[in-house]
Design a protein around this ligand. Structure first.
Ligand code: NAP
Ligand code: MG
Length: 470
């Protein structure tokens, strides 16, 4: 495994101020595969100063030149896609096929989309007797999670670069090797020194120092709602911009006229994807009482086809979860679901394999909206199936959590599904199995966050406006 015992600051790999390190563990083999520096507040300060120094030059670089560098970055990510996939499988445990197609593949397209947007976006517009300038916000402090380690970085860095912002990244402690590879790609693409800086370290140390640093103009955070709340408070206190991409407990609403078998199969696949570690996972399936038993049987049979196994082996669809702590958390939720009276129809809390942080693909029936497993984000391969009597009840259940990130509606006809989707308090809804669109705004209603990523809306997050009157 490639690794650096240094951090990427001001265009060079330099040693950390302190001597602390973080061990990177392969969750399938439970072995330490690398160590990286645990950055301190001083390291964060050095990185932010480099980003501030680089800001005026980068902000003044014509968008066309920024676009050309983004194209070069896209080409670097594409050229090293296999290395990214192997690294992500090693430190996160997602199956190699998924790491290749999605974890390494999607970011190439996202960076490509921002190369195009940088070149075509109207950074100036006329409004009556004014010219409105869309200028970069400044220095961005990016704090990212481990579940889509490259995607979460490119979702922030690519629009920031397109906008003319400079970046300091603090990646998740569980997946720092992906971030190091990304830094290598930025360097190889030819970005000026200081435009991108990487500080590996602990959230409570380096992450907090970055959020609090007065040289940071925008904090962009993706992760848990608990930490997001703290980041929001810090940013609010300092009156700096903040973007929060937080958790979800998204509902998949299957209306009576839908293709039930297809809707259930698609839902199970969605929850097992990345071992359930997706913020937009459709973890609550809502089914009409008349079809409930049939849906439960279909879901249980489908879940049983996801055999946990070695993520590097050909054909594996379900790898481990990221860490021992995450495994314990997920199993704790399964035990709590049982204790609160839900019925396990597939999987359960037992370890499926002796070695590795695996969780059985689990399906719960007889879940009621008040249960913990119907309210809280589990972030594991666990699906809860809830029963509704009519559309109004389905809507109440779907909207009845603190979250509002994603959702899905299945119906016999598209117009019926769209009518229901309009009433959902959530940032995204897939209609009859609609596919992920990397140009569509991604982000949450309610406690799922503030702000949007991807596409034009994602770029706008990194811009502030100035009006010139004539
Ligand atoms: P987390 O603690 O919120 O981690 C996200 C990022 O924030 C990491 O880089 C983390 O660093 C950093 N961080 C942690 N505490 C911080 C602080 N006080 N100040 C600044 N930065 C801080 O998430 P987690 O512990 O990895 O996962 C816990 C749960 O969060 C999951 O089970 C899941 O429910 C949810 N989650 C959601 C998403 C999502 O995409 N919405 C992603 C991941 C997790 P460290 O890595 O050092 O902790
Ligand atoms: Mg954490």
């Amino acid at each position: 495994m490639r690794q650096h015992d240094a951090m990427y600051i001001d265009g060079t790999w330099r040693s950390a101020e302190g001597s602390g390190t973080i061990e990177v563990v392969d969750p399938a083999g439970e072995r330490v595969i690398a160590t990286v520096p645990a950055g301190s507040a001083q390291d964060v300060d050095a990185a932010v100063r480099a980003a501030r120094t680089a800001l005026p030059g980068w902000a003044a670089t014509p968008p066309g030149e920024r676009a050309a560098l983004l194209t070069a970055l896209r080409d670097q990510l594409a050229a090293r896609a296999e290395e990214f996939a192997a690294t992500i499988t090693a430190e996160l445990g997602s199956p190699l096929g998924f790491s290749t197609r999605v974890q390494a593949g999607v970011p190439v397209k996202v960076v490509g989309s921002y190369a195009e947007l940088a070149a075509s976006y109207a950074f100036e517009e006329k409004v009556g007797n004014s010219t409105v300038l869309h200028e970069p916000v400044g220095v961005v402090g990016a704090i990212t999670p481990w579940n889509y380690p490259l995607h979460q970085i490119t979702n922030k860095a690519a629009p920031a670069f397109a906008a003319g912002c400079t970046v300091v990244l603090k990646p998740a402690e569980d997946t720092p090797l992906t971030a190091q590879l990304f830094a290598e790609c930025v360097a190889a693409a030819g970005f000026p020194a200081g435009v991108f800086n990487l500080v590996t370290g602990l959230g409570t140390v380096a992450g907090q120092a970055l959020a609090e640093h007065e040289g940071v103009d925008l904090v962009s955070f993706t992760g848990s709602t608990a930490v997001g709340r703290k980041i929001g408070a810090i940013a609010g206190g300092a009156v700096k911009r903040v973007a929060l991409e937080l958790g979800g407990k998204s509902a998949n609403v299957i209306l009576p006229g839908a293709d039930l078998a297809k809707a259930v199969r698609t839902n199970v696949a969605d929850v097992m994807r990345n071992s359930g570690q997706s913020c937009n996972a459709l973890t609550r399936m809502l089914v009409h009482a008349d079809q409930y038993e049939e849906a439960v049987a279909l879901a249980a049979a489908e879940a049983d086809t996801y055999t946990p196994g070695d993520p590097t082996a050909e054909g594996t669809r379900l790898g481990p979860v990221v860490s021992a702590a995450q495994r314990d958390r997920v199993r704790g939720y399964i035990e709590q679901g049982i204790a609160e009276g839900a019925k396990v129809v597939a999987g359960g809390p037992e370890a499926p394999l002796e070695t590795g942080y695996y969780v059985k693909p689990t399906v719960f029936a007889e879940v009621t909206p008040d249960m913990t497993i119907a309210q809280e984000e589990i972030f594991g391969p666990v699906l809860s199936i809830l029963r509704y009597a009519d559309e109004d009840e389905a809507l109440r259940i779907a909207n009845g959590t603190v979250y509002g990130l994603a959702g899905a509606v299945w119906a016999g006809d598209e117009a019926e599904a769209v009518a229901f989707a309009r009433r959902l308090d959530t940032g995204q809804v897939d209609i009859n199995g609609g596919r992920f669109n990397l140009l569509a705004p991604f982000g949450g209603y309610k406690q799922s966050g503030i702000g949007r990523e991807l596409g034009r809306h994602g770029l706008a997050e990194y811009l502030q406006t100035k009006s010139l009157q004539f």
